[in-house]
Design a protein around this ligand. Sequence first.
Ligand SMILES: NC(=O)c1ccc[n+]([C@@H]2O[C@H](COP(=O)([O-])OP(=O)(O)OC[C@H]3O[C@@H](n4cnc5c(N)ncnc54)[C@H](OP(=O)(O)O)[C@@H]3O)[C@@H](O)[C@H]2O)c1
Length: 326
Amino acid sequence: MQAAYYLENGAARDVLQVGEVETPAPVAGEVLVRIHASGVNPSDVKSRRGAPGRAKAFPQIIPHSDGAGVVEKVGDGVDAGRVGERVWIWNGQWKRPFGTAAAYIAVPAAQTVPLPESVDFDAGACFGIPALTAQHAVTVGESVAGQRVLITGGAGAVGHYAIQFAKMKGAEVITTISSPQKADHARAAGADHVINYKTEDVAAVVQDITGGGRVDRIIDVDFGRNQSLIPTCLKPGGFVVVYGSNDMAPPLQILPLFVYGPCVQFFIVYELTAEARAKGIADINELIASGGMRHTIAAKFPMMDIVSAHELVESGTAIGNVVIHP
Ligand SMILES: NC(=O)c1ccc[n+]([C@@H]2O[C@H](COP(=O)([O-])OP(=O)(O)OC[C@H]3O[C@@H](n4cnc5c(N)ncnc54)[C@H](OP(=O)(O)O)[C@@H]3O)[C@@H](O)[C@H]2O)c1
């Protein structure tokens, strides 16, 4: 089969290759999925680059954890009725060498989720990381129903879904963006208030919006920079859910943490418990069924052009998800 792969960490154009590799065969408990769309996430790009803590663990890596396609074969012990099923995939290349940037992937059947007919494969290739991360960030801990939630980076792939889940769960959503185009994008997802964090004083605008109050929860894309929002925007004892940080070793301001006593929850979507992931999948299905789930595909590339796909994700300029088509 045709697949994209790398043998060494490095820049996309230096290490990514497209070529013939052996088509996998599903072993017991696995399904073989013909990939229609493979999602490219910042995590895939960081792993390919060999970012700190992400040294290459296998000789050959087919990148990308997210993808969607059709079950073509099943291994022993898997219901043969799954052949022909449209599915989306989670953790395709987490602690495994061969991800979704290929014509086929063989994965444990449990890592494939039925993809409703109303959702196309490109959108399905955004669920494993962006949608599940967003859902967990909104739902971990106490309910956000009736609460005010500040979502930083609301035009991001995760942020955009987080707005949708927060609205679905009954929150008032304030989000930060960096341009009028991103403001429109966040509003279209349901954000009640948008703040341009590059041109406005976020804390002052939050004060205006809340009538001098503060938010109950912050869902944060960049903890290194946004920890300053804890003393200025969060209610004492409020909840902060951190799923990203551009700086992996930022100076930590301890005093405000003592004074405001936030509960700070870090997590990585790859390591969700089975229970949390099941809840995430249920909420994704509920949002789809409501007819109100919005997906944004920023760009599509043929697999041959995977270098451009990685470079676009790395540039941070895409609004929405980048997918490749094997
Ligand atoms: N923990 C997990 O399981 C998990 C899961 C998914 C993603 N992540 C991480 O989360 C980050 C975002 O992923 P993504 O797929 O959503 O990327 P993305 O689509 O590029 O979105 C990131 C968004 O955040 C905005 N942003 C960047 N710095 C910001 C800041 N300091 N304050 C407010 N907004 C800021 C960006 O826009 P502007 O630069 O224009 O503001 C952009 O809209 C990445 O670092 C990724 O590795 C972690």
